[in-house]
Design a protein around this ligand. Structure first.
Ligand code: NIG
Ligand code: FE
Length: 417
């Protein structure tokens, strides 16, 4: 039986209708429909229009969106969703000004969370991550990328990836997983780095063979993994058929972006220290620059030079980077508001960066990322006057309702199923 849904009386509907990756000034092109409606059948959008004529069609359900705006569900394409414990114990060090990489060098930071993630059971990790995922859904995220990287040993990495798989099955948010075994070099490998790189390459075979992840990622940074090590790992991942995403240019630019370009990565992430020459090269590719402004905010660091990137013609997305160390907040809406206030992106550019571009980086832009006929009805209804107001009125949750594949999963800021 066909399930027919109508969302009617939408104050304004906003969506990109550009072909992704949407680059440079095209990021500011957003279609706006006043007094809009959306027809949905079996989870797919079958009609989008204006001034609906109610006389004929019959629907199983009708949602009256009077006073609300509609946009595509948010796609958060960089998170570290699954981890044990938390790191508020390191917060005082941070406030005293101890740098992020110094805390890591002293065996804290990522290693602190690795210890807690090893100790946690599958069930504990599942319950903690599910709580975060519920928050994300309430903030309007309908598709998510989630990384491992808090195990470093294969068993714990697998435990994280299995938790991600279970969450994907049991939660309305669709989750796409990334293996990040090269998140930090374990202490016991300090004198034998090459052995760890070999081990990661070996573990990648198991990960790929057992379909445990769709992507591989490396933290390419001064004092973590070099560009050459990053290349070795990502080359192997590519050979095994995994897509590539790279943590690069967060603190210093050491060549990770060059490797990403050479190997055809899907995203380069962070980019606070990216060189202008690399921006121009990225603009020539289909690689999405994935900016994480909440991380700059929490680490009191520079914000990525988004205006310069857009001028150079890059395609950008914005992600939360949710993790216990550099971004302990599930609030994706705050990341978007920072993209306005700190990255100086326009509200329309931000909408592109929150929907169609991240969907493209996950290979999903034929299915999601815009409100167009034939796509899944992943739709967010926001209780704001207009989209600009959403970016301006920061820090609160503007969600009224969330539809995932045509199913109402959040209404009145409450999860329904
Ligand atoms: O993207 N930069 C590396 N990884 C994470 C932080 C991980 C952590 O501190 O636990 C990030 O910010
Ligand atoms: Fe990250």
């Amino acid at each position: 039986m066909v399930d027919k849904l109508l969302i009617k009386n939408i104050k304004t509907l906003y969506t990109s209708v550009q072909k992704p990756p949407v680059k440079g000034k095209d990021m500011g092109l957003i279609e706006k429909i006043e007094n809009a409606y959306i027809e949905i059948e079996d989870g797919y959008i079958t009609m989008v229009g204006k001034d609906y004529d109610y006389t004929t069609a019959v629907f199983d359900k009708v949602y009256d969106a009077s006073g609300l705006i509609a946009i595509p569900g948010f796609v958060d394409s960089h998170t570290h969703l699954v981890f044990g414990g938390s790191r508020e114990d390191e917060f005082s060090l941070k406030l005293q000004g101890v740098p992020y990489l110094d805390i890591l060098k002293q065996g804290g930071g990522i290693f602190n969370t690795v210890k807690k993630t090893k100790e946690a059971s599958h069930e504990e990790l599942f319950l903690q991550a599910k709580k975060s995922l519920d928050e994300m859904l309430l903030f309007g995220v309908t598709t998510l990328e989630a990384k491992s990287g808090y195990g470093l040993d294969l068993d714990t990495e697998i435990k994280q990836l299995e938790v991600i798989k279970r969450l994907d099955n049991e939660h309305p948010i669709d989750i796409h997983s990334t293996y990040l075994g090269a998140h930090a070099l374990p202490k016991e490998y300090e004198e034998k780095r090459e052995e760890y790189i070999e081990k990661i390459k070996h573990d990648l075979e198991f990960i790929a063979k057992n379909n445990l992840a769709e992507y591989a990622d490396v933290f390419c940074e001064m004092g973590v993994f070099t560009a050459e090590e990053t290349k070795q790992i990502l080359l192997k991942a590519k050979e095994l058929g995994l897509g590539l995403r790279v943590h690069t240019d967060e603190i210093e630019s050491i060549g990770g972006t060059q490797v990403a370009i050479e190997l055809g990565a899907k995203t380069v992430d962070h980019l606070m220290a990216t060189k202008a020459s690399d921006m121009a090269k990225l603009a020539e590719t289909d690689i999405i620059g994935n900016l994480l402004p909440s991380t700059s905010f929490f680490l009191n660091k520079e914000f990525a030079p988004a205006r310069q990137m857009i001028e150079k013609g890059m395609a950008l997305s914005i992600s939360s980077d949710y993790n216990p160390g550099s971004t302990p907040s599930e609030n994706y809406q705050f990341a978007l508001q920072l993209a306005g206030n700190k990255l100086r992106m326009t509200p329309d550019e931000i909408l592109t960066a929150a929907t169609i571009n991240p969907a493209y980086s996950l290979g999903l832009s034929d299915e999601i990322g815009s409100i167009e006929i034939g796509k899944f009805a992943d739709i967010l209804l926001l209780d704001v006057k207009n989209w600009d107001y959403f970016i301006y009125h920061y820090g609160i949750n503007h969600t009224k309702a969330v539809f995932k594949k045509g199913v109402l999963v959040v209404d009145n800021r409450t999860i329904l199923r």
